[in-house]
Design a binder for this molecule. Structure first.
Ligand SMILES: CCCCCCCCCC(=O)SCCNC(=O)CCNC(=O)[C@H](O)C(C)(C)COP(=O)(O)OP(=O)(O)OC[C@H]1O[C@@H](n2cnc3c(N)ncnc32)[C@H](O)[C@@H]1OP(=O)(O)O
Length: 181
């Protein structure tokens, strides 16, 4: 993958660990019912479902539907980037602090037909100050299927005020709340 230095942790960055209270090895619930990425109440959203793993990693599944097309019969690249962004966001939840995407890099390796279930794996590779370094991979139809998309990201920790001042709040979430109900 063509990674920029901006999404690679500096040399010597220790391996990050989940927050001691993070739920590991369990299905992660949506962070917001109307979220385009994970919300069950979004009519055309991705309905991403994810499970957390030790080592600050998440696996997630997303089945490409008719409403996600770009070219006829193929997933839109922006939708695929959204799926990566959402699955990356689920990893930083395990730090139990609010983060937003600062930078998202995406490499598209194979077309993704409608009906495909993408198996997405995301991992945090380092945390330095407010910056969390992340990487992602999406495979076609099986956890060991062909790689279709690779991604890397830099997420930035923000205060809760980021959501209350710029949006409509945090949907009942606070940093102290169980984030994976
Ligand atoms: C309640 C939880 C909800 C969870 C939702 C999950 C959904 C999935 C995730 C998303 O899609 S979030 C939505 C998309 N992202 C945004 O809307 C973020 C919009 N951008 C911002 O609000 C600000 O630009 C941001 C908070 C990211 C940074 O602004 P700040 O003023 O707080 O930080 P600052 O600019 O001082 O940067 C802090 C550090 O991050 C670095 N940085 C910030 N943006 C960067 C960038 N884009 N690329 C590289 N580095 C970046 C910056 O260089 C600096 O590094 P150093 O500490 O080493 O000096």
């Amino acid at each position: 993958m063509n990674r920029s230095a901006l999404t690679v942790p500096p040399p010597g960055t220790p391996e990050p660990r989940p927050h001691p209270d993070a739920l590991i090895g369990e299905k992660l619930g949506p962070h917001y019912a109307k979220c385009f990425g994970c919300g069950p109440d979004h009519p055309t959203g991705l309905h991403l479902e994810a499970v957390s793993h030790d080592g600050l990693s998440v696996t997630a599944e997303f089945t490409v539907g008719d409403v996600h097309q770009g070219a006829p019969g193929l997933a839109h690249g922006g939708v695929l980037a959204t799926a990566m962004d959402e699955a990356l966001g689920m990893v930083v939840w395990l730090l139990r602090k609010p983060y937003v995407t600062g930078r998202l890099e995406t490499d598209y390796l194979r077309p993704v037909p409608v009906g495909t279930t993408l198996h997405i794996t995301t991992r945090c590779t380092g945390v330095v100050g407010r910056k969390a370094y992340l990487e992602a991979e999406a495979r076609l139809d099986a956890p060991d299927g062909p790689v279709a998309v690779r991604g890397a990201a830099l997420f930035i920790e923000v205060p809760v005020a980021h959501f209350t001042e710029h949006g409509d709040g945090v949907g009942g979430m606070t940093p102290d709340r169980e984030v994976n109900p």
